[in-house]
Design a protein around this ligand. Structure first.
Ligand code: CAA
Length: 382
């Protein structure tokens, strides 16, 4: 593994950083405060090729490697994690399974528009009674002529309110348990697809989290993604990639905290000097940087393994997600500590970073689920 970045990767970092600094930073706090979904910025991400970053050019993606996408995710999330999650769901949880498991017609009809950023996607796995135990989902899909009829409820669906396309997991054979789950491509304008609620959350106020209800919602058989009854494996294989994206998001949030902390510590004077001169602040800054680098290396390794289709991706992705998300929370805590009382005030970005970091240990599998995955993978191989 070569740890130096290519010229192209450096260029992408510069391009995304310039966009985030100029166009995202200016609006992030204001839009977040009023829970506004950043439609215009999402459109710009599409124009920059970041909504289908690692999808091949023939399907309107940018053909980047996964590491380049991870670097871009860090830059966006460093400024506004809400925009980061909208981007990672479309890339990792929607475009990626369509590319891996979709047929030619599905790629033509859906992937091209999603990768170009002309359509937005969401990933509908979680249900009220099936969160960590995702295989216990009960949304049903019953054959009816050329269609399947979907009934059930999905909960905590990122992009759910604004999405045009949903990748939905539903039970096609209840007698087989999680081996009877199938994946479907559902157009959200289909009759019977209802956005029943949007959640009020602690953080990520710019991203919508919706409850979706399927009421006799017909989905053409042509929209079955992958093979019938193999949907749960598609869901888990997809989450391997998604967890790398969330690790990158968590690293971006932590990097934002670190940069804000250094700037503030140099500017803030107490006891007759800048607080950056105090060893207790320097130690915090030193630990923050070291932990961020450790998480970044885990994340970049996972991205590289997935890109090269090497074994060990599931393990590496869960390790990266576990460490980066918990690290991000520790770093956000320290950043608020360095800011003191100002860190608790909405005028300063670390207040938002602190709230946004919290979700990263929860979605796309809690830390406890990552530990289960890591332990299971180790038992398999040793
Ligand atoms: N890739 C491909 N196949 C996989 C796999 C992977 N990474 N991991 C497991 N499988 C296969 C298994 O080999 C097994 O196949 P066989 O039956 O043929 O042996 C099958 O999938 C089922 O696996 P398990 O029996 O291990 O499944 P399980 O029921 O024990 O669950 C789990 C495993 C890891 C706990 C899983 O349920 C899980 O990851 N839960 C967390 C759910 C989650 O992350 N939800 C996130 C929601 S999406 C979200 O948050 C998005 C957002 O809004 C940002």
């Amino acid at each position: 593994m070569n740890l130096s970045l290519t010229e192209e990767q450096e260029m992408v970092i510069q391009m995304v950083r310039a966009f985030a600094e100029k166009e995202v930073k200016a609006v992030a706090s204001k839009m977040d405060a009023v829970c506004e979904f950043p439609k215009v910025l999402v459109k710009k991400l599409g124009e920059m090729g970041l909504m289908g970053a690692f999808i091949p050019l023939e399907y309107n993606g940018s053909g980047m490697d996964l590491l380049t996408y991870v670097l871009a995710m860090e830059e966006i999330s460093k400024v506004w994690a809400s925009l980061g999650v909208i981007m990672t769901v479309n890339n990792s949880l929607v475009c990626d399974p369509l590319h891996r498991f979709g047929n030619a017609a599905q790629k033509e009809q859906f992937l091209k528009a999603l990768a170009a950023g002309d359509l937005l996607g969401c990933y509908a796995l979680t249900e009220p009674e099936a969160g960590s135990d995702a295989g216990a989902l009960s949304t049903s899909a019953v054959e009816d002529g050329d269609s399947y009829i979907l009934n059930g409820t999905k909960r905590f669906i990122t992009n759910g309110k604004h999405a045009d396309i949903a990748i939905v997991y539903a039970v096609t054979d209840p007698s087989l348990g999680k081996k009877g789950i199938t994946s479907f491509i559902v157009e959200t304008k289909t009759p019977g697809f209802v956005v029943s609620k949007t959640e009020e959350k602690m953080g990520l106020h710019g991203s919508d989290t919706a409850e979706l209800v399927f009421q006799d919602c017909p989905v053409p058989k042509a929209n079955l993604l992958g093979k019938k009854n193999e949907g749960f494996k598609i869901a888990l294989a997809t989450l391997d990639g998604g967890r790398i994206g969330i690790a990158a998001q968590a690293i971006g949030i932590a990097q934002g905290c670190l940069e804000a902390s250094i700037e503030y510590a140099k500017m803030r004077h107490q006891f007759g000097q800048a607080i950056a001169g105090f060893q207790m602040i320097q130690w915090m800054i030193a630990d923050m940087q070291t932990e961020i680098d450790a998480a970044r290396l885990l994340c970049h390794r996972a991205a590289w393994l997935r890109q090269m289709e090497k074994p060990g991706v599931t393990l590496a992705a869960s390790q990266a997600k576990l460490y980066a998300s918990e690290m991000s929370n520790r770093i956000a805590y320290k950043a608020v500590q360095i800011f003191g009382g100002y860190g608790y005030i909405k005028e300063f970005p670390v207040e938002r970073f602190y709230r946004d970091a919290r979700i990263t240990t929860l979605y796309e599998g809690t830390s406890e689920i990552q530990r289960i995955v890591i332990a299971r993978e180790l038992m398999k191989t040793s």
